[in-house]
Write a protein that binds this ligand. Structure first.
Ligand code: 6MZ
Ligand code: ZN
Length: 371
């Protein structure tokens, strides 16, 4: 067996990142460089832009507003997208689904269309430059902006999906869970799915039993779906009454994007040991470690794997199995899933770690998401 520590192994492990918000995924190196070039960050100081210790979720949202003051022009959105992609590639992320809310900022000339065009351009430039990663984009709906803006986002996403031959692949639903009701957006989700967009919905990041149940009942069977966070989906002692929600999630095998550090720093989870990741993982339900916002929460994806490996005493083979299982939940084709498996297989040969015996029958290869 190659002589690498578990930490180093987590770093080298080929991974997929399925839950990363553009504006919260900056690196400090990038921000320092931006500060050096532009002299200031529109009045925002560097220290205000990441959570150094656990604070209630609302504090995270105060940071997001400050970030939106920093990234306001086409140029900064381009640079941010380009650097975020490169940084994920350096962390051996081989496939990234990057999400962002298209902004309309008249003072800087930014429109939602220019925002999309800029992100797409950065992805294509990274591709041309040979950055070793496949990137797909999700258009975010911010629940603080209401249903009418969400409809605009669906039109935008569909147009960009068509004009980029699927580089824009789906939509995200996010924003402050305390604002509005996700079930108001059900017609928007169903419309997006009808147009061929895949959906990743922030659901149950905080205990919101009613909206979670309504959204799942309406969307299961009609949308290709993943759940962001999903902290309060499962049955557990103080979560009585969640049986129906958990049953839907299990029945439709809806993958859960687990953001361990984000949840701990936002105080929606007490610590890594009590994170719902473990509950779903033990059940062999599809669950994917994700960063959420590697800048705000100060975590690389490899840090998330290492954190879980330490907490649950996972070895190299466990980590490989875990990474392998995440490939089924990407929004891309079976061909791309197979390519990711091949990359992981070569890595295992080099690291002299057994590659799990998988049944690559059609059934096993098909996506977990409900269609
Ligand atoms: C911590 N948990 C979270 N819960 C809900 N929404 C979140 C989030 N973290 C980020 N966002 C959503 O992503 C936006 C920032 O990226 P973009 O400007 O779109 O690139 C935030 O404004 C919020 O709407
Ligand atoms: Zn998120």
């Amino acid at each position: 067996m190659a002589n690498t520590s578990i930490e180093e192994f987590c770093r080298k492990l080929p991974k997929v990142e399925l839950h990363a918000h553009l504006n919260t995924s900056f690196s400090m190196t990038f921000l320092n460089e931006l500060l050096r070039k532009s002299g200031n960050l529109n009045g925002v100081s560097l220290e205000d832009l990441h959570l150094a210790e656990a604070k209630p979720l609302a504090e995270g949202f105060a940071i997001f507003s400050k970030l939106h003051q920093v990234f306001r022009t086409e140029e900064t959105i381009y640079q941010l997208t380009h650097s975020v992609i490169r940084e994920f590639a350096e962390d051996n992320v081989k496939y990234l689904e990057l999400r962002s809310t298209p902004k309309h900022i008249p003072e800087t000339g930014l429109t939602r269309d220019i925002y999309m065009q800029t992100m797409v351009r950065a992805v294509q430039d990274c591709q041309k430059e040979g950055v070793d990663i496949t990137v797909r984009l999700l258009v975010s709906i911010d629940r603080r902006q209401g249903v009418e803006v969400a409809k605009i986002a669906v039109d935008l996403a569909e147009r960009w999906m068509k004009s980029t031959q699927g580089l824009v692949i789906g939509m995200d639903f996010s924003g402050d869970p305390k604002v509005g009701d996700a079930s108001d957006y059900i017609p928007v989700f169903l419309d997006a799915a009808r147009r061929g967009l895949k959906l990743s919905l922030h659901l149950a990041e905080i205990p919101l039993y009613k909206e979670t149940k309504k959204v799942l009942q309406a969307c299961c069977g009609h949308c290709v779906l993943r759940i962001g966070h999903g902290t309060f989906l499962h049955r557990y002692e103080s979560n009585q009454g969640h049986e129906e929600i958990e049953d839907l999630v299990v029945q439709w095998k809806i993958p859960i994007e687990a953001c361990v550090t984000s949840n701990i720093l936002s105080k929606t989870v007490n610590g890594p040991g009590s994170h719902h990741f473990w509950y779903w993982h033990r059940k062999q339900h599809p669950v994917i470690l994700c960063t959420d916002g590697k800048g705000v929460f100060g975590c690389l994806l490899s840090d998330e794997y290492y954190r879980v490996a330490k907490e649950f005493s996972l070895g190299r083979e466990d980590l490989v199995s875990m990474a392998l299982s995440t490939f089924d939940s990407i929004f891309e084709s079976d061909d791309l899933k197979q390519r990711l498996r091949d990359i992981l297989r070569s890595f295992c040969e080099k690291e002299q770690v057994a590659f799990p015996n998988i049944n690559t029958s059609k059934e096993k290869m098909s996506t977990y998401c409900c269609v």
